[in-house]
Design a protein around this ligand. Structure first.
Ligand code: ADP
Ligand code: MG
Length: 140
């Protein structure tokens, strides 16, 4: 397996409850290195564009409102098989289905306010990382 990078976002439900460090501990415990990290408040335009793939879904408007409701922490994670390793430690989208030990099982409030985003493929990871970071922001 090759060393990969993936994009992670700690969502507003988690920053609101001061869980950034606890989420990061789970990421690091899964063997992922945080090689870039920035706390920002997404604009509506940024959230709409980031989640454009979900534009036709019934929850899109609520999702954009949620993602702009407070600060987020955008991060680049690096490690062996990082895209899948991050998806594994995140847990299922719906916390009711998330496995023990996962971030969403431990912290998510609902299927929407589910504490973290993670890229779902290497191709999307490259696009999502480029959306928030330039090469010189990432220190491996
Ligand atoms: P994931 O974040 O696990 O990749 P998706 O890409 O399917 O999940 O959805 C993106 C985000 O949209 C989810 O993380 C969650 O915040 C929200 N979402 C997904 N499905 C629903 C739903 N049925 N109702 C409300 N929000 C949802
Ligand atoms: Mg997704």
């Amino acid at each position: 397996m090759a060393v990969e990078r993936t994009l992670s976002i700690i969502k507003p439900d988690a920053t609101r409850r001061n869980l950034t460090g606890q989420v990061n501990a789970k990421l690091e415990g899964a063997g992922l290195r945080i090689v870039a990290q920035r706390r920002i408040r997404l604009t509506r335009e940024q959230a709409e564009s980031f989640y454009d793939v979900h534009r036709e879904r019934p929850f899109y408007g609520d999702l954009v409102a949620f993602m702009t409701s407070g600060p987020v922490v955008v991060q680049v994670l690096e490690g062996e098989n990082a895209v899948m390793a991050n998806r594994d430690v995140m847990g299922a989208t719906n916390p009711a289905d998330a496995a023990e030990g996962t971030i969403r099982k431990a912290f998510a409030e609902s299927i929407e306010a589910n504490s973290v985003h993670g890229s779902d493929s290497a191709e999307n990871a490259a696009m999502e990382i480029a959306y928030f970071f330039s090469g010189c922001d990432i220190v491996g």
